[in-house]
Design a protein around this ligand. Structure first.
Ligand code: COA
Length: 141
């Protein structure tokens, strides 16, 4: 997972590199984790991952309490091959099972690929700040 983050960082698509401590704290061992799905190639290398967390009151993103918070990280070497779409199928199932009824993605307002990806997954913009565009996906009952 760190390698995937580092590959995204090296391509200039994220501000920080990956490190094990942060990956464990933010994705795998976070107390509000609902699911963290990974995609791997035939050699077991991680191509990307998607995190789904439960939004508590006062979460750092300002996401409404009780919603899901999603984050997606796919290595550029695997881009546009359906990895992000496959990850969202897993997160969608996890959100439905948990259940959360809404999933929010906070995307850099200038991140055209991130915006296009979440729109393709069915997310719609519901609030914006100067730096972020926050999109929501509403799970149908
Ligand atoms: C955005 C990201 C998650 C997309 O992952 P992916 O595995 O390439 O996505 P998919 O191949 O499943 O693409 C699904 C759809 O999203 C849209 N999409 C994805 N990348 C796109 C791009 N660069 N430009 C325009 N549309 C794009 C397309 O509609 C695409 O469908 P299509 O290929 O049939 O046209 C990935 O590029 C990534 O992790 N980028 C760096 C980090 C980031 O920006 N994360 C998300 C915002 S926080």
């Amino acid at each position: 997972m760190c390698d995937a983050l580092n590959e995204i960082f090296a391509a200039g698509l994220r501000k920080t590199a990956g490190d094990v401590k942060t990956v464990l704290a933010n994705y795998l061992e976070h107390q509000d984790r609902i699911e963290c799905s990974v995609a791997q190639d035939e050699d077991g290398r991680i191509l990307g991952f998607q995190s789904l967390r439960y939004a508590r009151l006062d979460n750092p993103y300002g996401t409404p309490e009780g919603w899901g918070i999603i984050g997606t990280h796919v290595s550029p070497r695997a881009a546009r091959k359906g990895v992000g779409s496959a990850l969202f199928r897993a997160s969608h199932a996890a959100a439905k099972a948990y259940p959360v009824e809404n999933i929010e993605a906070a995307i850099g307002a200038d991140n055209q690929m991130g915006l296009a990806y979440y729109e393709a997954m069915g997310f719609c913009t519901h609030r914006t700040t100067e730096e972020l565009t926050c999109k929501v996906y509403r799970i149908e009952a």
